[in-house]
Design a protein around this ligand. Structure first.
Ligand SMILES: Cc1cc2nc3c(=O)[nH]c(=O)nc-3n(C[C@H](O)[C@H](O)[C@H](O)COP(=O)(O)OP(=O)(O)OC[C@H]3O[C@@H](n4cnc5c(N)ncnc54)[C@H](O)[C@@H]3O)c2cc1C
Length: 394
């Protein structure tokens, strides 16, 4: 049976981007429906550490001094400078405003903690870091009914955390935004995938959503916001966009299948930077790719390709190592998977308990799969992960 709904704004997706958009529209007094495809809110957002690089915001201003000139210099040095100056300016204008807007809601709290910028040699580098984080949120403060809506953590071995009865990182951000949205009157529909946008010449006037009890036709009075994540789980689309990855290499949440992007393009939307991703190496575990930030750069460890050659500085920021993987694969000089080789003293002294678990698990003969993942995201800052294989030596 098909039902009919009506609203001012339809938000498609249930991650941090969608919830922020829904909250903004609802705070402006608009009648908002948020439609999420899966049974949970939070796609890849639920896996994130949620370090939010939003320079010059009021939370970080209380912790350290910064200037627009320094931020501009840092961005210029760390991006390839291919245009988008207007978008960059808009981002830098809007980021502090957005933080202040969110902080008006009693559910939303951020704090700054030291997490250095990634490129120490770049002009404008901030050693203390510019990221702010959502404050952890005890389960009881949000209530079981809302906690159950949030996508579960990644398993520990894949980079998740043992967070006890607290929401942390991306899940804390989601919990806070969900509370704020519920209070602002956003109607949340789970298991309601966007199937098709309904258009008249020059405008989107509605959408067809799937639903547990049948399809829903939604007529929108003001607009539709598409915030449905990336396309890391659509391997064909990734290959078309120049991502040298195979199935099973995804770090992002399962809902990132790209059909909303395809639907937007079908009705004439333009898209750019789809060949880009936030590339990162990941360890390859029997449970899937494992995102580890700090373990590569220790003395006593190297990463080598199938021919035993080192092909990058293991201490580079993860994004740059991931790019070295990608470039090597695309130009045919690198065959994956790579191997992470670590000697016993290093393994004992510096490799964390979780990584030792990964090492043990691989030593004991569990199958090791091939290179890993990537998470193109809505905001054109996708992630990617290739796994150095791990080998521990006694
Ligand atoms: C391990 C890890 C750590 C990370 N750490 C950080 C960090 O510290 N800082 C940072 O900035 N970023 C980090 N990221 C990246 C960050 O998580 C993502 O960029 C961000 O969460 C993307 O948010 P989103 O709202 O665009 O998409 P998502 O959170 O992926 O949400 C998209 C939602 O849309 C839904 N959807 C898809 N198709 C449809 C459809 N047809 N209809 C309806 N809904 C649909 C999906 O199911 C999903 O719930 C990390 C990523 C990973 C994997």
């Amino acid at each position: 049976m098909t039902s009919s709904l009506e609203c001012d704004v339809l938000v498609v997706g249930g991650g941090a981007g969608a919830l922020t958009g829904a909250l903004t529209a609802a705070t402006l007094g608009l009648d908002v429906i948020l439609a999420e495809k899966t049974e949970y809110l939070g796609g890849t957002a639920a896996y994130a550490g949620a370090g939010l690089w939003l320079p010059l915001n009021s939370v970080s201003a209380a912790a350290f001094a910064d200037t627009r000139e320094k931020v501009d210099a840092y961005i210029a040095a760390t991006t390839d400078g291919t245009g988008f100056a207007d978008l960059r300016e808009a981002y830098l204008d809007a980021a502090p405003e957005m933080v202040d807007f969110l902080l008006q809601d009693p559910s939303v709290e951020f704090h700054w903690r030291a997490f250095p910028d990634y490129y120490p040699d770049a002009p404008g580098y901030m050693p203390s870091g510019r990221a702010i984080f959502p404050k952890p949120l005890p389960d009881w403060a949000i209530g079981n009914d809302l906690v159950r809506l949030i996508r579960p953590e990644l398993p520990l071995i894949r980079g998740g955390h043992d967070t006890g009865n607290k929401l942390r990182g991306g899940r804390a951000l989601l919990g806070r935004l969900i509370q704020a949205c519920v209070r602002a009157g956003v109607r949340i529909e789970l298991e309601a995938p966007l199937r098709e946008l309904d258009t008249r010449p020059g405008e989107v006037v509605g959408a067809c959503l799937g639903g547990r009890d049948g399809d829903m036709n939604v007529r929108v009075r003001t607009g539709v916001l598409l915030a449905a994540g990336g396309f890391d789980h659509d391997i064909d689309m990734r290959k078309r966009e120049g991502h040298p990855v195979e199935a099973g290499w995804q770090m992002g949440a399962p809902g990132s299948t790209g059909e909303v992007l395809a639907e937007a393009r079908r009705i004439g939307a333009d898209a750019d930077l789809l060949h880009e991703a936030w590339w990162t190496p990941a360890f390859d575990t029997p449970l899937g790719p494992s995102f580890r930030v700090h373990q590569r750069g220790h003395p006593g460890s190297i990463v080598v390709d199938q021919d035993g050659r080192r092909f990058c500085n293991e201490s580079l920021p993860y994004d740059r190592i991931g790019r070295a993987f990608r470039t090597g694969v695309l130009n045919g000089t690198l065959t994956l998977p790579a191997w992470f080789i670590v000697d016993q003293p290093t393994s004992t002294a510096t490799v964390s308990t979780v990584n030792r678990r990964v090492l043990r698990c691989l030593r004991s003969g569990s199958p090791v799969v091939s290179p890993t993942a990537e998470t193109p995201s809505t905001s054109s800052l996708p992630h990617s992960a290739f796994p150095p294989r791990i080998w521990g030596r006694r």
